[in-house]
Design a binder for this molecule. Structure first.
Ligand code: ZN
Length: 139
């Protein structure tokens, strides 16, 4: 059976200062805010805002080589990527490649919580950086 993309798991937003932006979401919008977490491999500090329909992921660069730093330098703060939940990431990746779209990751990388993720180039997704996150049934 064709592995369809499930829900939007999260939306990534590039920001200069996660605490400042988290304060806006918490105080102005009443959204719950997690404690900041560091992801050294990606050079980012992340705060998660859980909603009923997925997370908002606030990403602040903590290294000069971080892709988020490059994004902020070029475009400023704003939406960075959309993450879709999939059940079989390899199947979806091979379908994306067969379609002729460009994957940034040729093999899945390990993301938050040990889940496998892969990115599709925004050039192939009409200006949107798309993340696929594998969430096997029953997990
Ligand atoms: Zn993400």
């Amino acid at each position: 059976m064709l592995d369809r993309v499930g829900r939007v798991e999260h939306i990534g937003v590039a920001v200069n200062n996660v605490e400042e932006v988290a304060r806006f979401y918490a105080e102005a919008l009443g959204v719950e805010v997690s404690e900041p977490e560091y992801f050294a491999s990606e050079g980012v500090k992340i705060v998660f805002l859980p909603t009923n329909s997925g997370l908002i992921e606030l990403l602040e660069p903590v290294s000069e080589t971080s892709a988020i730093k490059k994004f902020l330098d070029n475009k400023g703060e704003g939406m960075h990527h959309v993450c879709f939940e999939v059940e079989d990431i390899e199947e979806v990746m091979s379908r994306v490649a067969a379609f002729g779209a460009q994957l940034i990751d040729q093999t899945p990388r390990i993301g938050r919580g040990g889940k496998r993720v892969a990115f599709i180039h925004p050039k192939s997704a009409h200006g949107v950086l798309v993340e696929l996150l594998e969430n096997k049934k029953g997990e």
